[in-house]
Design a protein around this ligand. Structure first.
Ligand code: FES
Ligand code: FE2
Length: 335
Protein backbone atom coordinates (compact mmCIF):
# COMPACT_ATOMS: atom_id res chain seq x y z
CA UNK A 1 0.00 0.00 0.00
CA UNK A 2 1.00 3.60 -0.52
CA UNK A 3 0.76 5.95 2.47
CA UNK A 4 -2.41 7.28 0.80
CA UNK A 5 -3.95 3.81 1.23
CA UNK A 6 -4.07 3.02 -2.48
CA UNK A 7 -2.62 -0.24 -3.73
CA UNK A 8 0.76 -0.10 -5.39
CA UNK A 9 -0.02 -3.28 -7.29
CA UNK A 10 -3.73 -3.46 -8.19
CA UNK A 11 -3.69 -7.06 -9.42
CA UNK A 12 -5.74 -9.94 -7.99
CA UNK A 13 -3.61 -10.91 -4.96
CA UNK A 14 -3.81 -14.69 -5.41
CA UNK A 15 -3.34 -16.02 -8.96
CA UNK A 16 -4.65 -19.56 -9.55
CA UNK A 17 -1.99 -22.19 -8.94
CA UNK A 18 -0.03 -24.45 -6.62
CA UNK A 19 1.62 -22.78 -3.64
CA UNK A 20 3.94 -24.00 -0.95
CA UNK A 21 1.96 -24.36 2.26
CA UNK A 22 4.83 -25.69 4.36
CA UNK A 23 8.26 -27.27 4.06
CA UNK A 24 8.00 -31.07 4.23
CA UNK A 25 10.41 -31.29 7.15
CA UNK A 26 8.36 -28.85 9.22
CA UNK A 27 5.43 -31.26 9.55
CA UNK A 28 5.89 -34.71 11.11
CA UNK A 29 3.19 -37.40 11.24
CA UNK A 30 0.60 -36.28 13.78
CA UNK A 31 1.59 -32.58 13.68
CA UNK A 32 -1.12 -29.94 13.31
CA UNK A 33 -0.09 -26.36 12.47
CA UNK A 34 -1.77 -23.06 11.65
CA UNK A 35 -1.06 -21.41 8.29
CA UNK A 36 -1.66 -17.77 7.44
CA UNK A 37 -1.28 -17.64 3.67
CA UNK A 38 -3.33 -16.55 0.63
CA UNK A 39 -4.99 -13.94 2.84
CA UNK A 40 -6.66 -16.78 4.75
CA UNK A 41 -6.37 -18.71 7.99
CA UNK A 42 -5.74 -22.38 7.23
CA UNK A 43 -4.71 -25.50 9.10
CA UNK A 44 -2.33 -28.22 7.96
CA UNK A 45 -1.64 -31.66 9.40
CA UNK A 46 0.13 -34.86 8.46
CA UNK A 47 -2.02 -37.96 8.73
CA UNK A 48 -0.92 -41.38 9.86
CA UNK A 49 -0.67 -42.29 6.17
CA UNK A 50 2.08 -39.60 6.02
CA UNK A 51 0.10 -37.41 3.63
CA UNK A 52 -0.21 -33.67 4.24
CA UNK A 53 -3.70 -32.16 4.46
CA UNK A 54 -4.75 -28.51 4.31
CA UNK A 55 -8.16 -27.14 5.25
CA UNK A 56 -9.88 -23.97 6.40
CA UNK A 57 -8.75 -23.17 9.91
CA UNK A 58 -12.07 -22.34 11.52
CA UNK A 59 -14.28 -25.13 12.75
CA UNK A 60 -17.76 -24.95 11.17
CA UNK A 61 -19.25 -25.80 14.58
CA UNK A 62 -18.44 -22.82 16.80
CA UNK A 63 -15.37 -21.42 15.15
CA UNK A 64 -12.32 -22.73 17.01
CA UNK A 65 -9.03 -22.53 15.10
CA UNK A 66 -8.10 -26.13 14.33
CA UNK A 67 -4.43 -25.20 14.02
CA UNK A 68 -4.22 -24.22 17.68
CA UNK A 69 -4.72 -27.34 19.75
CA UNK A 70 -6.29 -29.57 17.09
CA UNK A 71 -5.03 -33.15 16.93
CA UNK A 72 -4.71 -35.88 14.33
CA UNK A 73 -6.73 -39.08 14.49
CA UNK A 74 -5.80 -41.49 11.70
CA UNK A 75 -5.89 -39.04 8.78
CA UNK A 76 -8.49 -36.70 10.21
CA UNK A 77 -8.26 -33.59 12.37
CA UNK A 78 -10.13 -33.28 15.65
CA UNK A 79 -11.20 -29.88 16.91
CA UNK A 80 -9.81 -28.89 20.33
CA UNK A 81 -13.05 -27.17 21.41
CA UNK A 82 -15.83 -29.82 21.35
CA UNK A 83 -14.05 -32.70 19.66
CA UNK A 84 -15.79 -32.80 16.28
CA UNK A 85 -13.74 -34.88 13.88
CA UNK A 86 -13.19 -33.79 10.26
CA UNK A 87 -12.21 -36.13 7.43
CA UNK A 88 -8.84 -35.18 5.95
CA UNK A 89 -9.92 -35.69 2.35
CA UNK A 90 -13.61 -34.86 2.00
CA UNK A 91 -13.69 -32.40 4.90
CA UNK A 92 -16.93 -33.98 6.13
CA UNK A 93 -17.59 -34.26 9.83
CA UNK A 94 -17.33 -37.95 10.68
CA UNK A 95 -17.85 -37.91 14.46
CA UNK A 96 -19.35 -35.74 17.18
CA UNK A 97 -18.40 -37.17 20.58
CA UNK A 98 -21.76 -36.36 22.20
CA UNK A 99 -24.19 -36.86 19.29
CA UNK A 100 -25.25 -39.67 16.98
CA UNK A 101 -26.61 -37.35 14.31
CA UNK A 102 -24.15 -35.39 12.22
CA UNK A 103 -25.67 -32.34 10.51
CA UNK A 104 -25.74 -32.84 6.74
CA UNK A 105 -23.93 -29.58 6.08
CA UNK A 106 -21.11 -30.22 8.56
CA UNK A 107 -18.19 -29.88 6.17
CA UNK A 108 -14.81 -28.19 6.26
CA UNK A 109 -13.26 -26.88 3.03
CA UNK A 110 -10.17 -28.94 2.18
CA UNK A 111 -7.51 -28.33 -0.45
CA UNK A 112 -5.73 -30.56 -2.95
CA UNK A 113 -2.13 -31.06 -1.81
CA UNK A 114 0.95 -32.38 -3.62
CA UNK A 115 4.20 -33.01 -1.82
CA UNK A 116 7.30 -32.91 -4.00
CA UNK A 117 10.72 -31.27 -3.92
CA UNK A 118 10.63 -30.78 -0.15
CA UNK A 119 7.47 -28.65 -0.28
CA UNK A 120 3.83 -29.47 0.45
CA UNK A 121 1.90 -27.40 -2.07
CA UNK A 122 -1.80 -26.65 -2.12
CA UNK A 123 -4.01 -25.86 -5.09
CA UNK A 124 -6.02 -22.66 -5.11
CA UNK A 125 -8.38 -21.50 -7.84
CA UNK A 126 -10.55 -18.41 -7.66
CA UNK A 127 -13.51 -20.26 -9.22
CA UNK A 128 -12.96 -23.44 -7.22
CA UNK A 129 -11.88 -25.43 -10.31
CA UNK A 130 -9.75 -28.58 -9.85
CA UNK A 131 -6.05 -28.51 -10.79
CA UNK A 132 -5.42 -28.12 -14.53
CA UNK A 133 -1.68 -28.66 -14.24
CA UNK A 134 0.53 -30.59 -11.86
CA UNK A 135 3.47 -29.88 -9.59
CA UNK A 136 6.57 -31.21 -11.36
CA UNK A 137 9.10 -33.42 -9.63
CA UNK A 138 12.48 -31.72 -9.91
CA UNK A 139 14.82 -34.71 -10.34
CA UNK A 140 17.76 -33.30 -8.36
CA UNK A 141 15.61 -33.00 -5.21
CA UNK A 142 15.25 -36.77 -5.12
CA UNK A 143 18.74 -37.68 -6.31
CA UNK A 144 21.36 -38.91 -3.81
CA UNK A 145 23.92 -37.31 -6.14
CA UNK A 146 22.74 -33.90 -4.89
CA UNK A 147 22.57 -32.44 -1.38
CA UNK A 148 20.78 -29.43 0.07
CA UNK A 149 23.24 -26.62 0.65
CA UNK A 150 20.95 -24.10 2.26
CA UNK A 151 17.46 -22.70 2.43
CA UNK A 152 16.43 -19.04 2.49
CA UNK A 153 13.09 -17.37 2.90
CA UNK A 154 11.93 -13.78 2.69
CA UNK A 155 8.62 -11.92 2.88
CA UNK A 156 8.46 -9.28 0.16
CA UNK A 157 6.08 -6.36 -0.32
CA UNK A 158 5.28 -7.41 -3.83
CA UNK A 159 3.19 -9.60 -6.11
CA UNK A 160 4.15 -12.76 -7.98
CA UNK A 161 3.40 -11.26 -11.39
CA UNK A 162 5.77 -8.41 -10.64
CA UNK A 163 8.48 -10.80 -9.45
CA UNK A 164 8.12 -12.99 -12.54
CA UNK A 165 8.15 -9.99 -14.86
CA UNK A 166 11.81 -9.75 -13.97
CA UNK A 167 12.56 -12.56 -16.43
CA UNK A 168 11.37 -10.72 -19.53
CA UNK A 169 12.87 -7.45 -18.40
CA UNK A 170 16.04 -8.00 -20.41
CA UNK A 171 17.57 -4.62 -19.78
CA UNK A 172 17.60 -4.86 -16.01
CA UNK A 173 20.10 -7.74 -16.14
CA UNK A 174 22.61 -5.25 -17.42
CA UNK A 175 21.67 -2.16 -15.44
CA UNK A 176 20.76 -3.66 -12.06
CA UNK A 177 22.76 -6.90 -12.01
CA UNK A 178 25.76 -5.72 -14.05
CA UNK A 179 25.51 -8.85 -16.19
CA UNK A 180 26.95 -8.81 -19.64
CA UNK A 181 23.85 -10.21 -21.29
CA UNK A 182 24.00 -11.01 -24.95
CA UNK A 183 20.49 -12.32 -25.26
CA UNK A 184 17.67 -13.25 -22.92
CA UNK A 185 14.61 -15.07 -24.06
CA UNK A 186 11.60 -16.60 -22.46
CA UNK A 187 9.34 -19.11 -24.10
CA UNK A 188 6.34 -21.11 -23.02
CA UNK A 189 7.02 -24.86 -22.98
CA UNK A 190 4.42 -27.14 -24.47
CA UNK A 191 1.52 -24.95 -25.49
CA UNK A 192 1.98 -21.16 -25.78
CA UNK A 193 -0.67 -20.56 -23.18
CA UNK A 194 0.45 -23.43 -20.94
CA UNK A 195 1.62 -22.91 -17.35
CA UNK A 196 5.35 -23.55 -17.94
CA UNK A 197 7.88 -21.09 -19.31
CA UNK A 198 11.61 -21.33 -19.79
CA UNK A 199 14.03 -18.46 -19.50
CA UNK A 200 17.44 -18.63 -21.09
CA UNK A 201 20.05 -15.96 -20.51
CA UNK A 202 23.13 -15.98 -22.72
CA UNK A 203 25.95 -13.97 -21.27
CA UNK A 204 29.20 -12.98 -22.88
CA UNK A 205 30.84 -13.92 -19.63
CA UNK A 206 28.49 -16.14 -17.72
CA UNK A 207 27.37 -15.00 -14.32
CA UNK A 208 28.83 -18.06 -12.63
CA UNK A 209 32.23 -16.74 -13.61
CA UNK A 210 31.50 -13.66 -11.56
CA UNK A 211 31.32 -15.86 -8.47
CA UNK A 212 34.74 -17.34 -9.04
CA UNK A 213 36.68 -19.32 -11.56
CA UNK A 214 33.67 -21.24 -12.75
CA UNK A 215 34.39 -22.03 -16.38
CA UNK A 216 31.49 -22.75 -18.69
CA UNK A 217 28.19 -23.11 -16.91
CA UNK A 218 24.71 -22.94 -18.42
CA UNK A 219 21.94 -21.26 -16.46
CA UNK A 220 18.30 -21.95 -17.20
CA UNK A 221 15.14 -21.04 -15.34
CA UNK A 222 11.70 -22.55 -15.51
CA UNK A 223 8.41 -21.30 -14.11
CA UNK A 224 5.81 -23.91 -13.32
CA UNK A 225 2.74 -21.76 -12.84
CA UNK A 226 2.94 -18.84 -10.42
CA UNK A 227 4.13 -20.72 -7.33
CA UNK A 228 7.26 -22.62 -8.37
CA UNK A 229 10.38 -21.48 -10.15
CA UNK A 230 13.55 -23.46 -10.74
CA UNK A 231 17.03 -22.25 -11.68
CA UNK A 232 19.36 -24.98 -12.92
CA UNK A 233 23.11 -24.92 -13.40
CA UNK A 234 24.58 -27.42 -15.79
CA UNK A 235 27.95 -27.87 -17.41
CA UNK A 236 30.92 -27.30 -15.14
CA UNK A 237 28.88 -26.34 -12.09
CA UNK A 238 25.85 -28.45 -11.32
CA UNK A 239 23.05 -27.59 -8.98
CA UNK A 240 19.49 -26.40 -8.78
CA UNK A 241 17.59 -23.79 -6.81
CA UNK A 242 13.96 -24.69 -6.19
CA UNK A 243 12.08 -21.49 -5.46
CA UNK A 244 8.55 -21.24 -4.17
CA UNK A 245 6.42 -18.10 -4.12
CA UNK A 246 3.37 -18.01 -1.88
CA UNK A 247 1.02 -15.02 -1.65
CA UNK A 248 0.54 -14.16 2.01
CA UNK A 249 -1.93 -11.34 1.42
CA UNK A 250 -2.26 -8.11 -0.51
CA UNK A 251 1.19 -7.09 -1.77
CA UNK A 252 2.89 -9.70 0.43
CA UNK A 253 4.67 -12.73 -0.97
CA UNK A 254 6.80 -15.28 0.83
CA UNK A 255 9.67 -16.40 -1.35
CA UNK A 256 11.65 -19.48 -0.31
CA UNK A 257 14.68 -20.95 -2.06
CA UNK A 258 16.26 -24.36 -1.52
CA UNK A 259 19.71 -24.70 -3.08
CA UNK A 260 21.00 -28.10 -4.16
CA UNK A 261 24.62 -28.86 -4.93
CA UNK A 262 25.90 -31.85 -6.86
CA UNK A 263 27.97 -34.09 -4.61
CA UNK A 264 31.41 -34.20 -6.21
CA UNK A 265 34.82 -33.07 -5.05
CA UNK A 266 34.99 -30.47 -2.27
CA UNK A 267 36.39 -27.67 -4.41
CA UNK A 268 33.68 -28.06 -7.08
CA UNK A 269 31.03 -28.14 -4.36
CA UNK A 270 32.48 -24.94 -2.88
CA UNK A 271 32.19 -23.29 -6.29
CA UNK A 272 28.53 -24.21 -6.58
CA UNK A 273 27.91 -22.93 -3.05
CA UNK A 274 29.66 -19.69 -4.01
CA UNK A 275 27.38 -19.43 -7.03
CA UNK A 276 24.30 -19.73 -4.82
CA UNK A 277 25.65 -16.98 -2.55
CA UNK A 278 26.10 -14.82 -5.63
CA UNK A 279 22.56 -15.72 -6.73
CA UNK A 280 21.17 -14.59 -3.35
CA UNK A 281 23.08 -11.30 -3.50
CA UNK A 282 21.68 -10.81 -6.98
CA UNK A 283 18.15 -11.39 -5.73
CA UNK A 284 18.63 -8.83 -2.98
CA UNK A 285 19.12 -6.20 -5.69
CA UNK A 286 15.73 -7.16 -7.12
CA UNK A 287 14.09 -7.23 -3.67
CA UNK A 288 14.87 -3.58 -3.13
CA UNK A 289 13.15 -2.72 -6.41
CA UNK A 290 10.17 -5.04 -5.91
CA UNK A 291 9.50 -3.89 -2.34
CA UNK A 292 9.00 -0.30 -3.45
CA UNK A 293 7.96 -0.17 -7.11
CA UNK A 294 4.42 0.26 -8.39
CA UNK A 295 2.78 -1.89 -11.04
CA UNK A 296 2.91 0.22 -14.17
CA UNK A 297 -0.20 -0.75 -16.17
CA UNK A 298 0.81 1.18 -19.27
CA UNK A 299 4.59 1.16 -19.26
CA UNK A 300 6.43 3.44 -21.65
CA UNK A 301 8.79 1.01 -23.37
CA UNK A 302 11.84 1.35 -25.58
CA UNK A 303 12.29 -0.95 -28.58
CA UNK A 304 15.06 -2.86 -26.85
CA UNK A 305 12.95 -3.67 -23.79
CA UNK A 306 11.73 -7.22 -23.36
CA UNK A 307 8.29 -8.52 -24.24
CA UNK A 308 6.49 -7.19 -21.17
CA UNK A 309 3.11 -7.19 -22.92
CA UNK A 310 3.55 -10.81 -24.06
CA UNK A 311 4.53 -11.85 -20.56
CA UNK A 312 1.50 -10.15 -19.04
CA UNK A 313 -0.77 -11.85 -21.57
CA UNK A 314 0.75 -15.21 -20.59
CA UNK A 315 0.27 -14.51 -16.90
CA UNK A 316 -3.42 -13.63 -17.37
CA UNK A 317 -4.25 -17.35 -17.53
CA UNK A 318 -3.83 -17.45 -13.75
CA UNK A 319 -6.58 -14.90 -13.13
CA UNK A 320 -9.77 -16.86 -13.63
CA UNK A 321 -11.92 -14.64 -11.49
CA UNK A 322 -11.66 -11.00 -12.08
CA UNK A 323 -9.49 -8.56 -13.96
CA UNK A 324 -7.42 -6.18 -11.89
CA UNK A 325 -9.63 -3.49 -10.34
CA UNK A 326 -8.64 -1.06 -13.07
CA UNK A 327 -8.56 -3.78 -15.74
CA UNK A 328 -5.37 -2.24 -17.00
CA UNK A 329 -3.11 -5.27 -16.99
CA UNK A 330 -5.06 -6.48 -20.01
CA UNK A 331 -3.85 -3.45 -21.91
CA UNK A 332 -0.18 -3.76 -21.01
CA UNK A 333 2.08 -2.05 -23.47
CA UNK A 334 -0.73 -1.14 -25.82
CA UNK A 335 -0.90 2.54 -25.03
S1 FES B 1 -15.80 -25.37 17.63
FE1 FES B 1 -14.93 -27.13 16.82
S2 FES B 1 -15.99 -28.74 17.74
FE2 FES B 1 -16.94 -26.97 18.50
FE1 FE2 C 1 16.54 -9.45 -11.45
Amino acid sequence: MNPSGTQRIPLPPVPDGWYRAIFSDELAVGDVKPLAILGQQLVTWRGEDERVRVADAYCPHLGAHLGHGGRVEENDVVCPFHGWRWNGDSGRCVAIPYSKRIPANACLRTFEVREHNGYAMLWVHAQGAPPWFEVPVIPETDDPGFRVYKRNRWVLDSHIQEIYENVVDVQHFRSLHQMDVERASWEPIGSPDGPIVRLAVDMRRDSAAQAGDAGKTEIESFMYGPGLQVTRLSGKLRGVSVNSLTPIGVEKVEVAHTYYVEVSDPSAEKEVEAFWEYYVDDHRLDFQIWNHKIYQPRPVLAEEDGDVAGFRRWFRQFYSAEPAPDGDHREAGSA
